[in-house]
Design a protein around this ligand. Structure first.
Ligand code: CA
Length: 615
């Protein structure tokens, strides 16, 4: 990606320039013509670079302002990429007096046709979440690389295991066969950290895919391959913090580039301080300015250069890799005004673009605050289209394992959805049973597969956008010690050539694994083809005797879902559901394929869900 720069340094060895001046980086490394917002701010880093005079001579690409900051090794160049600017290569000259001391060939690329009007992920999709280090090692040659401090060690649950983009590429058939239509991959940018570099949330270079996953070009190839299959690619982004080995941590542009404290100060992780009308200033301040971890410096998005850097970086990836969506990490932790500005800017350039923010809060009202268009008392509009349904995740974990009661058991699902009035757009919420940050769903269910099936049937038929965490379809658990992030992110069996099992194939899976795999595959593929589940209305009935009934319906079709949370089979009279059932005489149960010719009574096996397409 810094090819032009490297080439230039080769052509003009630094020795011919003034001793004091170097040109190390220009970011974004290239840009495009034809954006609605014509402004571009370049971060320029190099020894004493601020002592130079900068000029750009290119039609329509105009240098508006040169900004200096505390550190003389930086310049921030405000440029305009006007409507008249044609794709091509502009020369940015850095001079002392009449002497050229640095030169950067800045490419303005043409945007792909249809770039602005791209579609994005939606309730039509089923998302599959992959932790790239733990899915498949497609290229062992990139496992250990010079310059990358952490080496592969599969015996360490918190170490790098060697998975990569090639591994994902190699198993797109598997993912697509499951019916998946969108891939969310945990962050892929360089994490050159000495420990825990595998998870990707300690970025050390925002413009570069970690070479142990592959190159930027490999990411493009993956994007193309995903798109050729009619699938979508969602990129995980992290604005709140970087990794402590990020290159700029050695030479910060200004002291306020990151939020600094007299001593290490951890965030209180209470995202609710943002919405809490009674929150103290001390708590709010610590939430937003405290560091997520010792190795994760907290970026100060209130600094306008940091803000522009992050916004441009996200647009750069969308445009470069043809992204279909973004998942934003720790969404409430950065300064929220900046996050709103980011969301607005994205929508300005890509009006149909979807972004899901990780707003990890336990109450629907708190999560709803963050969804775009919420009527918040403080007037805040997040410009964030989508949120994760953490309250529903929490309810799912409990609903099938508790005794039925007024507030316990299956009624939890009913009560959470009953609070959908809080959300501006309840159908644009990501629903999930687990993800990379929590114990796997089966762990909370004492490995009872019936309950996993219930959860999968639920997330695949309720409102919103379902997300399935890799390995859930083959009964992956956190393992024997049931703790630690590393165990939540175990290797997919068969992803490594030395694995004794290959769960990517039916032959390689156990009977139990094939049973759940087939169950999920059948439901996902049925959902893919069921518009009524994507966009149909939702209506439910108060659970009675541990049985919860809801309908999805539109003009053309109606689907009835019946969940039996009892330890015994239940036969129910259906008179109570006549407002839907009176129009129908029969139905087909999706999982068994059985025809039902008498809808007056229904029998649902213990701890299971039936899904009936009504005829
Ligand atoms: Ca590898």
């Amino acid at each position: 990606m810094h090819r032009l720069l490297s080439l230039l340094l080769l052509l003009f060895p630094l020795s011919i320039f003034s001793q004091e001046i170097t040109l190390n980086r220009v970011e974004p490394p290239f840009w495009w013509t034809g954006f609605k917002n014509t402004s571009l701010q370049l971060l320029v880093h190099g020894n004493n670079i601020s002592s130079t005079n900068v000029s750009v001579n290119y039609p329509g690409f105009v240098l508006k302002k040169v900004n200096k900051v505390e550190n003389p090794n930086y310049l921030f160049l405000d440029l305009s990429v006007g409507n008249s600017a044609q794709p091509g290569i502009a020369t940015i000259l850095f001079k002392q007096g009449n002497k050229v001391v640095g030169k950067y060939l800045y490419e303005l690329k043409a945007r792909k046709k249809g770039s602005a009007s791209r579609a994005s992920f939606s309730s039509h999709d089923v998302i599959y979440l992959v932790m790239p280090d733990r899915f498949s090692n497609g290229d062992t040659a990139n496992d250990n690389l010079p310059g990358m401090v952490e080496q592969v060690d599969r015996t360490n649950k918190d170490g790098r295991h060697g998975g990569d983009l090639k591994g994902i590429m190699d198993h797109l058939d598997y993912v697509q066969d499951l019916g998946i239509t969108a891939l969310w991959i945990n962050p892929l940018q360089e994490n050159n950290m000495s420990k825990y570099s595998y998870h990707g949330y300690s970025i050390t270079d925002y413009y570069k895919i970690d070479p142990r996953f592959g190159s930027n070009e490999d990411y493009l190839k993956l994007s193309d391959a995903v798109h050729k299959r009619g699938m979508k690619l969602i990129k995980d982004m992290v604005f709140n913090h970087c990794g402590s080995n990020h290159w700029w941590m050695q030479d910060l542009p200004s002291r306020d580039w990151v939020n600094q404290w007299p001593e290490f100060t951890r965030t209180n992780y209470r995202a609710g301080t943002f919405t809490d009308p009674y929150a103290s200033q001390a708590d709010s301040n610590m939430f937003v300015r405290g560091w997520f971890d010792i190795t994760m410096p907290d970026l100060n998005q209130a600094n306008p250069y940091v803000k522009n850097y992050l916004i441009q970086n996200s647009i750069w990836w969308v445009e470069y890799a043809g992204l279909d969506g973004i998942r934003q990490d720790t969404h409430p932790y950065p300064f929220k005004e900046m996050m709103a500005e980011w969301g607005k800017r994205l929508q300005e350039e890509y009006p149909n673009f979807n972004v899901v923010g990780e707003c990890w809060l336990n109450y629907p009202a708190s999560v709803a605050y963050w969804q775009q268009g919420a009527k918040n008392k403080d007037g805040y509009n997040s410009w964030l289209p989508t949120v994760f349904d953490f309250p529903l995740y929490d309810a799912l974990g409990k609903a099938f394992s508790e005794p039925e009661g007024w507030n316990t058991g299956i009624v939890r699902l009913y009560e959470i959805l009953a609070q959908d009035f809080s959300y501006p757009d309840p159908n644009n919420i990501v629903v999930f049973a687990d993800n990379h940050d929590v114990n796997r769903f089966l762990d909370s269910q004492k490995d009872d597969v019936r309950k996993l099936k219930m959860a999968m049937a639920y997330i695949l038929t309720t409102r919103g956008i379902p997300e399935i965490y890799y390995g859930t379809e083959i009964l992956m658990t956190t393992g024997a010690d049931k703790s630690g992030d590393g165990n939540k992110r175990r290797d997919f069996p068969g992803g490594w050539s030395s694995d004794s099992q290959n769960a990517f194939t039916a032959q390689g899976r156990t009977n139990a694994e094939n049973d759940i795999h087939n169950y999920i595959r059948k439901l996902v593929r049925w959902r893919d083809a069921s518009e009524v589940i994507h966009t149909g209305k939702f209506r439910h009935f108060i659970p009675a005797d541990g049985v919860y009934v809801y309908f999805r319906y539109n003009e053309k079709s109606t689907v009835m879902v019946v969940m039996n949370n009892n330890e015994e089979s239940k036969t129910i009279e259906t008179k109570r559901y006549n407002e839907f059932l009176k129009k129908f005489k029969s139905g087909v149960e999706i999982i068994s394929g059985n025809s039902l010719n008498d809808l007056s009574k229904l029998t649902i096996p213990a701890k299971s869900v039936i899904i009936i397409e009504l005829k």
